[in-house]
Write a protein that binds this ligand. Structure first.
Ligand code: PLP
Length: 378
């Protein structure tokens, strides 16, 4: 598929997983139905409970969350600048204002109580936490802060499938959470997402708005006595389809093993980076936490030219990326007057993400380590 010797991430499906998808295509029912319901049940089970609503992407999950809580013009949502654009974009599309918070420290690249508290106002409806790279960060403390202020904590849990913080599994620490099953995520359907709700009423509303706000679905009318529907609210079409739901259920069975392999590779990177000058490992597993190792970001010495280092890695066949360019400095979301988020700006100028996927070979892992070592020297 590509010329990289070690791509940033890679997908490999087994014959039986592909077979599970094929059977759905042969069944004659492709749109949201029993396999979506089965995937939601298996997913909630995997997280140890909660209400799961499957949708067509992680961005749809975020957008649905704002619709479900009735976010509107005049509202504010406090979120990290160090995150993917979708969280901020969906807030803007809901008519509300994203308010960016700084990260806690270079070695704790997530929004903290202090950085969020500074940004709260009487207009704040929700706080978004990003379990960056798959580390729960300050989610548990932020939940307390949100509860104390009578606002909601939303986890953008796209990196965090299988992660755990002091306050429980990621995806069930906040009042609501959005997962993504995009092609590079720990569980991938190509495209897909999941909304987790603690509250059953909000979950019912998520299911309603996911499918046009209609009182019954096509599958129910196909299989049950109900022939009619009523449109109760203006909704979306954010449905997931049956083939991808079947793939999701199949992939859940190996998620724990995949994450274990990610952790092993991360451990190897960590040990190798500790012995190198000019580069630091950012994230280690803290006591009482489990890391999902969605990506492996490292931190370069400020005197190094990151673009040159990336160029040398590129020539060695090693793909890299940057998670993320800071949102508060982007053309889409920059505030005027501009805010300064000093730690985020420093972090974003020095971070580099190196390849990580479960079926990476030892040789690929060694090549990445060796290439970093030589690209720092030249
Ligand atoms: C991938 C990702 C998303 C968006 O998910 P899609 O499924 O691509 O829409 C949102 N937030 C974060 C942090 C992500 O990594």
């Amino acid at each position: 598929m590509s010329d990289w010797v070690v791509p940033l991430s890679d997908v490999r499906l087994s014959a039986s997983e592909i077979e599970a998808v094929m059977r759905v295509y042969q069944s004659g029912w492709l749109s949201q139905g029993p396999r979506v319901a089965a995937f939601e049940a298996a997913f909630a089970d995997w997280l140890g409970g909660g209400e799961a609503t499957a949708v067509c992407s992680g961005t749809a999950a975020l957008s649905l969350i704002w619709a479900v809580i009735g976010l509107r013009q005049g509202d504010e949502v406090v979120l990290p600048s160090l995150t993917f654009a979708a969280a901020a974009a969906t807030v803007v599309q809901a008519g509300a204002r994203p308010v960016f918070a700084d990260i806690d420290a270079l070695e704790r690249p997530w929004v903290s109580m202090a950085t969020v508290r500074d940004r709260l106002s009487e207009r704040t409806r929700a706080i978004v936490t990003l379990p960056y790279a798959g580390a729960a960060g300050a989610a548990t403390e932020l939940r307390q802060l949100a509860d104390d202020h009578g606002i909601l904590l939303v986890e953008d849990a796209a990196h965090a499938l299988g992660a755990r913080g002091a306050g429980g599994v990621c995806g069930r620490i906040g009042h609501l959470a959005a997962f993504s099953f995009f092609a590079n995520k720990n569980l991938t359907l190509g495209e897909g997402g999941m909304v987790m709700c603690e509250d059953a009423g909000l979950a019912a509303r998520a299911r309603l708005l996911r499918s046009h706000g209609m009182s019954s679905g096509t599958w129910q009318r196909h299989t049950g006595p109900v022939g009619d529907y009523e449109v109760l609210e203006p909704g979306f079409n954010y449905r997931l389809d049956e083939p991808r739901a079947a793939l999701g259920t199949a992939l859940l069975a190996r998620l724990a093993a995949d994450n274990e392999r990610r952790a092993q590779i991360a451990g190897r990177y960590h040990a190798a980076l500790e012995a190198m000058n000019g580069v630091d490992a950012v994230l280690g597993e803290r006591a009482g936490e489990k890391h999902a190792w969605h990506i492996y970001p490292l931190l370069l010495d400020p005197r190094l030219d990151r673009a040159a280092v990336r160029g040398r890695l590129h020539r060695a066949g090693v793909q890299t990326s940057i998670h993320y360019p800071p949102l508060h400095m982007s053309r889409a979301f920059a505030d005027s007057p501009p805010v300064c988020l000093a730690v985020t700006e420093d972090y974003c100028s020095r971070t580099l993400t190196i390849p990580l996927f479960p079926h990476m070979t030892d040789a690929q892992c060694e090549l990445v380590i060796h290439s970093i070592k030589t690209s720092l020297l030249s």
